[in-house]
Design a protein around this ligand. Structure first.
Ligand code: DLL
Length: 433
C-alpha cells in the first residue's frame, strides 16, 4: 500500500525518539509559558520544563483528565491567542460542558490533515477513489478530520454528512463511491437500510473499503460489516483532545493500529495507580500531543483500554508503535450482581451468531431488589415468533456461558432498534439508584 509520508512512516526508531524528545520539550515549555493551568500543575508537583531531559522524564509530568478541560471551558487550555485560531471542535459530551479545542493553521494543515492522510493512505485510499463521508459536519471532529485527510490524499470527497440513510445510498450508487468512512454502527445500519430497500451493497454498490472508529467495535462486528458490504474494514482511532480521528489506524495486515509517534507520545498505565505498564500489558492509554499548538495536552488519560505491541517492526514497513484495537472504555464497564461486565463481551457473543443482525442494546433494570441484564438484539432477517423465541433461548445460554449470569434476551426485527446520535448507545442504565 503506498505510504503518504514514507520517510516519516518508516523512520529509524532512534531518530524518531530524538524527534519526540525535541518536540516534547518544546511542548512542555509552550504550555508552561502560555497555559496558566499547566504552570500551576507543574509548580504543584515541583517540575520545571528544564527537568525534561529524556523521554523517560515524561513520568515527572502530571496527568491531564477530561475534567481539567471541562473546568477550563471554553478556552482556558488554549496555548495560542484566540485570534490565531481558525477552527474549533467539541465533543458531544452528554454531561457537563463539551470538551472544546481550538486549532491554528499549523494544527489543521501540518498535523491533523497530515496524520489523517497517512491513516487513509494506510487503508489504501488513493486519488482514484470516491470517498463518501457520512458523518455530521459540525462540532464533532469526525467529518472534518476525514475530509481534510482525504482531500490531502487527492480523493474525490463526497461530504454527504450525517443521517438520511436512503439518500446516502443513492449518492453512493450515483457517484460510484468506492471508499466510505464513519462510525461502524452507522455503517451496519446503512447496510440494513440498503437491504430493506432491496439493494445488495455487495453487488449494487462499489464501496470496497471502509474506515471506521469513534466507538469500540469488536472483531465480530468488523467481520459482519466486511461481509455485509464485501469491503475491507479498517479501524481508525482518535479523540477530540488529540485533534480528532487520526491518532492510529491498522495497516493492510490488520494486526494492531500504528500510532503516529512523531505527533503523539504514547504510554499505557495502570488505570488505578497511574503507574506505567510495559508492552503487551493491558491498561489505559495515555497520550501527549507534541506538535499541536492550539491546545497541547500533556499525558491525557483517555480511559481507553488497550495494550502496546512488543514489536515495532511490521511487514508493512512502518516503524511506529502499534496498539491493539480499543477493547473498551474503563468507564463503560458496569457491575451487575457483583460481576464486572464490558459491553464488548456481549457484543462478542452476539456477533458470532450468524442469525444476529448488527445492532443491539444492553438495558439494565431493577426487578424487585435485583439488577437485571436485558439484551435487545436485531435479527439479521425477519424471523417468525417461533424462530425469534429459539434465537432468544440460544443467545441467553451463550451469554450466560461467558458472563455466568443469565440475561433476558429479546430479539427484534432488522432495523428496529432506533438509531440516534452519531455513536451507538450500547448501554442504557435504568436501574433504581
Ligand atoms: O470519536 C474521534 C473519531 C471520529 C475517531 C471518527 C474515529 C473516527 P470523541 O468524540 O472525542 O472523538 O471520542 C473519543 O471515542 O476516547 C474512544 O473511547 C472512542 N473511540 C474513538 N475511536 C475509536 C476506535 C472521536 N477506533 C473516544 N475504537 C475515544 C474504539 C474509539 N473506540
Amino acid at each position: 500500500m503506498p505510504m503518504f509520508n514514507p520517510d516519516m512512516e518508516t523512520i529509524d526508531r532512534t531518530k524518531l525518539r530524538e524527534i519526540q524528545l525535541k518536540r516534547l520539550r518544546e511542548t512542555v515549555h509552550r504550555v508552561y509559558k502560555n497555559v496558566p493551568f499547566y504552570r500551576k500543575k507543574f509548580d504543584e508537583v515541583g517540575v520545571r520544563p528544564e527537568d525534561i531531559k529524556s523521554l523517560e522524564d515524561i513520568t515527572k509530568l502530571p496527568f491531564t483528565v477530561k475534567n481539567d478541560l471541562r473546568d477550563n471551558y471554553p478556552f482556558g487550555m488554549a496555548a495560542i491567542p484566540l485570534e490565531d485560531a481558525i477552527e474549533l471542535h467539541a465533543s458531544s459530551g452528554t454531561t457537563g460542558s463539551p470538551i472544546t479545542v481550538v486549532y491554528n493553521r499549523h494544527d489543521i494543515e501540518d498535523v491533523w490533515a497530515e496524520i489523517m492522510a497517512r491513516c487513509l493512505s494506510m487503508a489504501g485510499l488513493t486519488k482514484k477513489d470516491v470517498f463518501q463521508n457520512p458523518i455530521p459536519y459540525g462540532l464533532f471532529t469526525g467529518a472534518f478530520g476525514f475530509h481534510y485527510g482525504a482531500q490531502k490524499v487527492g480523493a474525490l470527497v463526497v461530504p454527504s454528512g450525517g443521517g438520511q440513510s436512503e439518500r446516502q445510498l443513492k449518492l453512493m450508487k450515483d457517484y460510484g463511491t468506492t471508499f466510505m468512512s464513519g462510525v461502524a454502527s452507522y455503517a451496519v445500519h446503512l447496510g440494513t437500510v440498503a437491504e430493506k430497500m432491496g439493494m445488495d451493497p455487495k453487488k449494487d454498490l462499489k464501496v470496497r473499503k471502509g474506515i471506521f472508529g469513534a466507538e469500540a467495535f469488536s472483531e465480530g462486528l468488523k467481520k459482519r460489516l466486511a461481509e455485509q458490504w464485501d469491503m475491507e474494514v479498517y479501524d481508525i482511532y482518535g479523540l477530540t483532545e488529540m485533534s480528532g480521528p487520526g491518532v492510529s489506524t491498522d495497516c493492510e495486515y490488520h494486526d494492531g493500529l500504528h500510532i503516529w509517534e512523531d505527533h503523539f507520545i504514547v504510554e499505557i498505565v495502570d488505570p488505578k495507580t497511574g503507574e506505567q505498564r510495559g508492552p503487551e500489558e493491558e491498561g489505559e492509554l495515555v497520550l501527549t500531543t507534541i506538535t499541536k499548538e492550539g491546545v497541547p495536552i500533556i499525558r491525557y488519560r483517555t480511559h481507553d483500554l488497550t495494550h502496546l505491541y512488543d514489536s515495532t517492526s511490521c511487514d508493512c514497513g512502518r516503524t511506529h508503535a502499534r496498539m491493539a484495537p480499543v477493547k473498551a472504555r474503563t468507564d463503560d464497564m458496569f457491575i451487575i450482581r457483583g460481576t464486572n461486565i464490558f459491553p464488548s463481551q456481549i457484543e462478542w457473543v452476539l456477533m458470532r451468531n450468524p442469525k444476529v443482525g448488527g445492532n443491539y442494546q444492553i438495558i439494565l433494570t431493577t426487578d424487585g431488589d435485583m439488577d437485571q441484564l436485558n439484551v435487545v438484539v436485531e435479527s439479521k432477517q425477519k424471523l417468525s415468533e417461533e424462530e425469534s423465541a429459539a434465537l432468544e433461548k440460544e443467545l441467553t445460554s451463550q451469554i450466560k456461558a461467558v458472563l455466568t449470569l443469565t440475561p433476558r434476551v429479546k430479539v427484534v426485527g432488522p432495523g428496529e432498534i432506533p438509531k440516534e446520535g452519531i455513536k451507538a448507545k450500547r448501554v442504557i442504565d435504568k436501574r433504581k439508584k
